[in-house]
Design a protein around this ligand. Structure first.
Ligand SMILES: [Zn+2]
Length: 267
């Protein structure tokens, strides 16, 4: 039997075993409209209808999210998207699920820096608020997760962004694509101005292969100024200095949009 990674078993428990709200820990009620319509015992319980209803109920629980409606409504979802330039006349739109604020900020920090997998269900609930991009499906789109460096991966022991991106991929039914590498020798982005960040990032990414489809959905956990997504977008558009020799028409070949779990200051 395949061993489950700790985050997988945590998610499984939250989805199917734990019916409490992942934030307030109070019983998570399923809205009446989402309950199976008719569960009167007067109806003959043949095997077919039993399993149909069971499956319906599991699907309803799955779709209803992992927070109670009070906690869900206390969070601002889908702040206005913002744009960064990635090529002449081409901008990249960045849509975040929510702001980098309570409770998502604490959950992201605990997950990223302390490997606290109990926060993953809350982050998954936030990811599910992102609208699936219009017209995108598994045959014309891929998700490009913000790559990490080998150094960071070794230091941290896991890659939080790729775990979140895998969940988004499952939710949207759109595959991940791993054709971009992050080069190790960049310094931390924290504390740098926007211009310094961009310069720092210009050489941070390298394509190991050409994207297999036209629609590229970039994903990062937190978008602050959008500089990392902008640099990744520039690389994919062939605008990075590393790819200056490539035909400039490449920028018309792909349609890029970007998504993040949270938008805001990391300070
Ligand atoms: Zn709650």
């Amino acid at each position: 039997m395949r061993r489950l990674a700790p985050y997988q078993s945590g998610l499984w428990l939250a989805e199917y075993g734990d019916v409490r709200c992942q934030l307030c820990r109070i019983y998570r009620s399923t809205p009446q409209s989402q309950l199976p319509q008719n569960h009167s015992s007067a109806i003959p319980l043949n095997t077919h209808s039993f399993f149909t209803k069971l499956r319906q109920h599991v699907n309803n629980c799955f779709d209803s999210g992992l927070l109670c409606s009070d906690c869900h409504n206390s969070i601002i979802w889908l702040p206005k998207s913002f744009e960064v330039d990635i090529a002449a006349g081409t901008s990249l739109s960045i849509q975040a699920a929510t702001y980098y604020d309570y409770p998502i900020r604490q959950a992201i920090r605990a997950f990223k820096h302390h490997e606290d997998m109990t926060k993953l269900p809350l982050l998954l609930h936030a990811l599910r608020q992102l609208p699936r991009p219009h017209g995108c499906h598994r045959d014309n789109s891929v998700i490009v997760a913000m790559p990490t460096t080998n150094q960071r991966l070794i230091k941290r022991g896991f890659d939080p962004v790729s775990i979140l991106a895998a969940q988004l991929s499952k939710h949207w039914h759109i595959p991940l694509w791993h054709g971009v590498e992050r080069i190790d020798n960049t310094v931390s982005q924290q504390g740098l101005t926007r211009a310094e960040r961009l310069t720092n990032l210009e050489n941070a990414f390298a394509l190991s292969e050409n994207p297999p489809v036209k629609r590229l959905l970039l994903f990062d956990d937190v978008a602050t100024t959008g500089a990392s997504l902008q640099a990744l977008g520039r690389t994919l558009c062939g605008q990075s200095p590393n790819l200056a020799a490539i035909n400039s028409q490449i920028s018309n070949r792909y349609q890029l949009s970007a998504y993040a779990l949270a938008h805001g200051s990391q300070l």
